[in-house]
Write a protein that binds this ligand. Sequence first.
Ligand code: NIG
Ligand code: FE
Length: 414
Amino acid sequence: MIKILNNPSQIITVDTFGKNYKRGKEQNELNILTGHSLIIEDDIIKDLVPNSIVKNLECDEIVDIKNKIVLPGFVECHTHTAFSGSRSDEFRDRLKGISYEEIANRGGGINKTVNAVRNSSVKELVDKISPRIDYFMSQGITSLEIKSGYGLDFENEIKLLKVINYLNEKYPIDIIPTFLGAHTYPEEFKENHKTYLNLLIDELLPFISQNHLAKFCDGFCESTAFSVDEIEEFFTKAKSLGLDLKIHSDQFNRLGGIDLALKYNAVSVDHLEVINDADINKLGSSEIACVLLPGVSFFLNHQYAPARKLIDNNSIVALSTDYNPGSSNICNLNLIMSLAAIKMGMTIEETISAVTINAAKAIGLNEERGSIEIGKKADLAIFETNDYSDIVYNVGRNLNYMTIKNGEIIYIAE
Ligand code: NIG
Ligand code: FE
């Protein structure tokens, strides 16, 4: 099956010349093709050809995309989409000046959502989460990471991971499951960390690995959640079982999560709002993707991660919504790109690299996806504009016209 995406105004290839990520200065280089069409064969990007030769080519379908532009499908690399319930009462409290950490310390926060998830059936969770996935697909998102972390006991963490795996089967996009059992201590183990850690290490991790329920393991390294030593125990076991690692680190406190990520060769370090210069330098010479989440800074009215310094020190920077009910009730990746530009000093080009190839690197999909390079999977987003700057300039507005996954059209705007 040959499909031609014919006559777009621009093709933004985000070409990496086979390297499959962009670091430092490279992040600002997008490679813009004009006067070209894109040829898809089955699920693969087959060629990029001048418009003048399209009429001589044999194909099964021509999709006219005049006055539109083509980008790699967007990758959402850090979300907590698998939740139920609402925390609008806590949002009201925060508007009155009570901090996110205070709310967590008095038993609200993540544990409030844990109660809601424990009281939700599989069907209720699927019904809640499905429209969120539809909304991501409508934005041109072709791969989506979803974490567990709101079950926090054996039954409910497994329930969440099974729901995420089921949704991956149901939807045409890649949905990547991450086990976030080390999100916070559940109420019943607040005074007994050791017993909860043993549950994670001796029961949950082996079961998850045997049943292939998660690709990644993640932990929240913060004073309200897990210490470096506790995360290290969790990582040691996860790694021995063949799971890849991610860490939430340096959001409010600098506990040493970045050294741990380097030691255990994590795939990404996420948050980094309070990272220091020494750790910025370490990340600049590592292969770890730095996942920045400006929606959290906006939603909590907290400081932004030093994106400029990270990129200027040669890091691999990705962006994501961190969509969750407590610290970033934002599922609009376009808004995140604009916040990154306006509040963190990233260029428009850097934000695009950050939600395509570098986000793909943050979830281990970058060899096959995340850029328009011949031979890669045809995961594409087509936007209703003649110039890619408009994507970031139109704050919070979805300009996506068509989403293509593995060569198939999976979404067309009305
Ligand atoms: O990534 N940081 C930890 N977890 C989420 C917040 C989750 C919540 O408040 O429900 C985050 O920011
Ligand atoms: Fe998060």
